[in-house]
Design a protein around this ligand. Sequence first.
Ligand code: UDX
Length: 447
Amino acid sequence: MALKITVIGTGYLGATHAAAMAELGFEVLGLDVVPEKIEMLQRGEVPMYEPGLEELLRRHVAGIEGSSGRLRFTTSYEEAGAFGDVHFICVNTPQKHGEYACDMSYVESAFDALAPHLTRPALVVGKSTVPVGSAARLAERLAAAAPAGVAVELAWNPEFLREGFAVQDTLHPDRIVVGVAGERGEELLREVYATPLAEGSPFIVMDYPTSELVKTSANSFLATKISFINAMAEVCEAANGDVVKLAEAIGHDERIGKKFLRAGIGFGGGCLPKDLRAFMARAGELGADQALTFLREIDSINMRRRGHMVELTREALGGGGFLGKRVAVLGATFKPDSDDVRDSPALNVAGQIHLQGGQVTVYDPKGMENARRVFPTLGYAETALEAVRGADVVLHLTEWREFRELDPAVLGDVVAERRILDGRNALDPALWRKAGWTYRALGRPSA
Ligand code: UDX
């Protein structure tokens, strides 16, 4: 009999995971405590923009014409408990208000709500990013509360999906990391991931704490790479060097590698910033805070980028205040191919300039609705061309393909001043300069 799978929490991670599990051939039941979310998913609609996810979902959601019917949704933990052999916990762990530590309350309520309904042998698999030590604690809690007792096991299986590539990363993971306390957990997860394993995805088995640390250390490493190149950008600016050339040149060293060396206004999103901070907070609790002191610097280099972008904009406008100046902002999301504006550097910069009196008009291909919700007082335009109309300066802050394909000559006809600041080092300077623009980018010589 094929395993039956539940996915608890149908946000970014959960919705993608549920659809991917159905694609792999399993019967899947997705659960969320927000009924509106469940209703949307039942109609085959995805609550966020993620390339390929809606198609995948519609291929499997029961009741949609032509679907496999393998994917259903519910709000009932009782139904989930009765249905599943393997339960994936995919709820989020946001940063606590006013603290660095992460908020475990959604994870804890998911475990507490599910456990009383586990009346037969089952594997519970944590996918949420949690502070090291959580899995061991949750395993005890589960054993005590589940009627099936020790027949219920816990495994930790961190998720590394990138927004914008969530479907691909889930169906074809570059590694599967599994923290277990017994053999059954490993066996069942090998069954769940049989397809990617057959494709050659490495399967790495370890204890709970190591598996929890893999996720936070991977994100810390990525953040460190980005802040490293952004620190080099600061030095390049001081020395009149070119950080883009520098990154290209050091990237040829295989030990360094080219990826994640794009200097700009830095990282944001729902993961990297809060995971760094939660990691530092947890290390402090464990008495290992010194080991992670450097992450504080990684965080501040990153946050400094946003302020620096604001200052460059001020400089481009002649060095005075922003009052009465028209600033066009291209990009609101924290990265392209996503509608996510959580801790978005782009929106942060737009907001700072607006709060200092600038007349800011934002355009983003997918993030407008979310941006408006977070920052309703900014100006918004329906197209890039409308956003730049009459602008004294144009800021390129999220590297959507659409922006790389803009024609500088066409934009040049409608702006007040042909001035562009590239906060992502993603535009072609020669192209813009040829069309009569003053092009400036972070960490690059100004002419
Ligand atoms: C990240 C991790 O990559 C993923 O493995 C983890 O599961 C969740 O967190 P994601 O938040 O989707 O994924 O974004 P990512 O692609 O890592 O980019 C993070 C931020 O760094 C973005 O704001 C991006 O613009 C920025 N970035 C990335 C740079 O500024 N420079 C780079 O070279 C790369």
